[in-house]
Write a protein that binds this ligand. Structure first.
Ligand code: ATP
Ligand code: MG
Length: 605
C-alpha cells in the first residue's frame, strides 16, 4: 500500500493547524496589547512631565513676578535652584527663556554657559509669540526625546517660556521589554502546543493507522488481527465496526473456502472427467479424472479452446457444442487399443439467457463400446457359421429333389454330406448353448476328487488308439499321484479339444508331448506339438469366440473356433488359467493350471 506523504498526514496537519491558530491568536492579542500599552505608557509619561512643568511654571512665574522691575542678579540664581529641584532621570534638560528669547536658566550643569545667550529654537520663539504650549518628539544623538514648550503668562502678559527636553526613549524601551516578554510567551505556548498537538493527533491517527494495517493484513488473508478500541468516540465506534466487519469477512471467507474445498474434493473424487469453460470456450477448470482420461497435463490445456483439447475442432465449433443436445463419442483408439470417451455438454446460463460457459462431462465408454462391438460380431459370426452348412445342405437337397435321389450312387453320398453338416450345426449349437450357460453362470460344476495323472493318461490313451495320423505321443508325467477337485466331464472336454487341436494342426510324423509339473499350489499341464504354429500377434486371440487363425482351413477341418473359448471359461471356472505359447512353423504349446493342495493329496495317499 502507498505510504502517506509527510505533509499529507493527518498528524502533521493537526499540529500545523494548532500552530497557526496559536500564532494568529498571539498576533492579534500582541498587536492590540502593544498598541494599548504604548498609548497608556505615553500618556502617563507625558502627564507626569506636564504636571511637573505646571509646577515649574508656577514657581518660575512667582519668582519672575517677585523680582519684576528690578535688575536682580539673584533671579537667575533662584530660577536655577527651582529648575535644579525639579531635575529627574526622565528630564534631560529644562530651561527658562524670557520674552526676548534670552535664556534665563537651565537645569543642565554642564551647559551653564548658555545662560544669557539668545535661544534660536523655533519652538521657543513660536511659544512666546503665539502664547500657546507646544510639544513634539524628535531625535537627538539617536535617542527619541519629547520636547515641550509652555509659555509663562501672567494676566495676559507673556513673562517667558519653559523649554523642556524629556527622555521618552525609556517608554519605548519599556515597550520593547514587554514585547520581548510577549514573544517569549508566544514561543513557549507554541512549544507546548506542538507537544499537545502531537499527542492529540496521535489519539486520532493511531486507531486510523491500526485500521490501515488491519486492512492490509486482511488483504493478505490474515483475519486474526483485531483493531484496538481506544475510546467510545467516533473513531472508537469506527474501530468496533471495523472489527465486526473483519469477523463477518472471516466467516464469509471460511464458508467460501469450505464450499470450494467440498467442490474440489467432489470433482477430484468422481470417476467422470469434468471440464468447465468460460463464455468463449476456453478451459478454466479441469479435474484430475478428465486429465487422466484425455492423457494431458493441466498446464497444457488451461485457457485453451475446449474443441481443440477434445480434438473435435474440425467437426464442431464452440457454438455447436453449446446447442448440443445429445452426447458424442470421442474416438482416441489406436490400432492396438480401442479408446472411446463419451462427452456430455451442458451450458452454464444466466436467468437472462446469457451463456456464461460450458460444462463437459467425460466418461470412458471403451468397455461399453467393446461389448457392443463383440455382440455385433458374435451375431454376425453365428449367422455366418450357420449359413455355410445350411447353403451346402440346400444345394445337395435341391440336387436330390431334382432327381439325384433316384441315382443309386449319388444319393447315399449326398445324404451323407447333409447328415455331416447337420451334425456340425448341432455341435455348433451345443457349443453356443454351453457358452451361453457359462455366460449366465447358470451351470454347476460336478466336482469330485480325481487322481489327475490317471485321468490324463486315460484321455491320451483314447486318442492314441483312435488316431489316424502317424503322430508320436510322448508322456512326460511324474510318477506320483495328484488329487485335484474337478468336474471330470468338463475337463475331459477341455483336454479333448486341446489334443484334437494338436492333432489337427500337426503334420504326419510329428510329436505331441504331454507334461505335468507342480508349481506353487497349482498343477501345471501342458500339451505341446511340432505343428504349424500360430503367428505371434494371434496367440492371445485363439481363446476368443469364433477366432480361427486361418478360417478356410480350420473350417475344412471341421472347427468353428469355439473349442478354446469354452476351454478358457471352464478352466477359469475351476480357478485356473489357460494360455498358449507358439512359434510359427515350429509348434504350439497350450498350458493350463488347476489349483491343487499338497496336504490333501497327502491325505489321499
Ligand atoms: P473347434 O475346437 O470349435 O472345433 P477350432 O479347433 O478351430 O474349432 P479352437 O479349438 O478354439 O477352434 O482353436 C482356435 C484356433 O486356434 C484354431 O482354429 C487354430 O487356428 C488355432 N489353434 C489352436 N490350437 C492350435 C495348435 N495346436 N496349432 C496351431 N493352431 C492352433
Ligand atoms: Mg478345437
Amino acid at each position: 500500500m502507498q505510504k502517506v506523504g509527510f505533509f499529507k498526514s493527518i498528524h502533521v496537519k493537526i499540529v500545523l493547524v494548532y500552530i497557526l491558530l496559536i500564532i494568529l491568536a498571539m498576533e492579534i492579542i500582541g498587536i492590540y496589547f502593544a498598541r494599548e500599552l504604548e498609548q497608556t505608557l505615553k500618556a502617563s509619561f507625558t502627564k507626569s512631565i506636564e504636571e511637573r512643568v505646571d509646577l515649574v511654571e508656577f514657581s518660575v512665574r512667582e519668582e519672575i513676578i517677585k523680582k519684576r522691575g528690578e535688575e536682580d542678579p539673584t533671579l537667575e540664581q533662584s530660577l536655577r535652584s527651582v529648575l535644579f529641584s525639579i531635575r529627574s532621570e526622565d528630564i534631560n534638560e529644562i530651561s527658562v527663556i524670557d520674552p526676548n528669547f534670552r535664556i534665563l536658566a537651565t537645569s543642565e550643569t554642564t551647559n551653564q554657559s548658555i545662560v544669557g545667550q539668545r535661544s534660536t529654537d523655533a519652538m521657543v520663539r513660536r511659544s512666546i509669540s503665539s502664547e500657546t504650549p507646544d510639544n513634539k518628539i524628535s531625535l537627538k544623538k539617536g535617542d527619541r526625546i519629547w520636547v515641550l514648550t509652555s509659555p509663562i503668562i501672567d494676566q495676559g502678559e507673556v513673562l517667558g517660556t519653559i523649554y523642556l527636553e524629556s527622555n521618552i526613549e525609556t517608554v519605548f524601551e519599556q515597550m520593547n521589554q514587554i514585547n520581548r516578554i510577549l514573544a517569549g510567551g508566544t514561543a513557549m505556548s507554541l512549544a507546548i502546543t506542538i507537544i499537545l498537538g502531537i499527542l492529540i493527533a496521535q489519539t486520532i491517527t493511531r486507531p486510523i493507522s491500526d485500521m490501515r494495517r488491519q486492512a492490509q493484513a486482511m488483504a493478505k488473508g490474515n483475519f486474526s488481527r483485531k483493531v484496538r478500541v481506544y475510546g467510545n468516540d467516533e473513531i472508537g465506534q469506527l474501530a468496533i465496526a471495523f472489527n465486526h466487519l473483519t469477523n463477518r469477512l472471516q466467516e464469509a471467507q471460511s464458508t467460501t473456502e469450505g464450499e470450494r474445498r467440498k467442490l474440489a474434493s467432489v470433482l477430484s473424487n468422481m470417476t467422470d472427467g469434468v471440464i468447465a469453460t468460460d463464455r468463449k470456450g476456453r478451459i478454466i477448470l479441469i479435474n484430475d479424472p478428465a486429465l487422466r482420461l484425455l492423457r494431458v497435463s493441466r498446464e497444457l490445456v488451461l485457457h485453451r479452446p475446449i474443441s481443440s483439447v477434445l480434438g473435435i475442432e474440425a467437426e464442431y465449433t464452440f457454438e455447436d457444442l453449446i446447442h448440443m443436445k445429445e452426447s458424442i463419442n470421442l474416438d482416441f483408439s489406436s490400432p492396438e487399443r480401442p479408446y472411446i470417451l463419451r462427452a456430455n455438454f451442458s451450458v452454464i446460463q444466466k436467468e437472462t439467457g446469457f451463456v456464461n460457459g460450458l460444462i463437459t462431462v467425460l466418461h470412458d465408454n471403451t468397455e461399453q463400446e467393446k461389448i457392443d462391438m463383440e455382440r455385433r460380431e458374435f451375431v454376425a459370426n453365428v449367422s455366418h457359421e450357420l449359413r455355410t452348412p445350411l447353403t451346402t445342405m440346400r444345394s445337395y437337397l435341391e440336387a436330390l429333389a431334382d432327381g439325384a435321389w433316384q441315382d443309386q450312387e449319388l444319393a447315399p453320398s449326398f445324404l451323407n454330406v447333409t447328415q455331416t453338416e447337420t451334425e456340425r450345426m448341432i455341435r455348433l449349437v451345443n457349443d453356443l448353448l454351453q457358452l451361453s450357460k457359462m455366460d449366465s453362470r447358470s451351470y454347476d460344476l460336478n466336482k469330485e476328487f480325481v487322481e489327475f495323472i490317471k485321468f490324463f493318461n486315460r484321455i491320451i490313451d483314447r486318442f492314441e488308439m483312435s488316431k489316424s495320423q502317424q503322430v508320436h505321443f510322448q508322456r512326460l508325467l511324474p510318477d506320483s499321484q495328484f488329487f485335484v477337485e474337478i468336474d471330470a466331464d468338463k475337463l475331459t472336454q477341455v483336454i479333448d479339444n486341446i489334443i484334437s487341436n494338436a492333432l489337427k494342426y500337426s503334420p504326419d510324423g510329428g510329436n505331441i508331448r504331454f507334461g505335468i509339473i507342480v508349481q506353487e499350489g497349482f498343477l501345471k499341464v501342458m500339451v505341446s506339438d511340432d505343428g504349424m504354429g500360430i503367428p505371434k500377434e494371434n496367440v492371445e486371440r485363439i481363446f476368443d469366440r469364433f477366432y480361427r487363425v486361418d478360417r478356410a482351413r480350420a473350417r475344412s477341418m471341421g472347427g468353428s473356433g469355439l473349442g478354446l473359448a469354452i476351454a478358457r471359461e471352464m478352466i477359469e471356472a475351476h480357478g485356473g488359467a489357460i494360455w498358449a505359447e507358439s512359434e510359427e512353423g515350429h509348434g504350439t504349446t497350450i498350458f493350463f493350471t488347476l489349483p491343487f493342495e499338497l496336504d490333501e493329496a497327502g491325505e489321499w495317499d
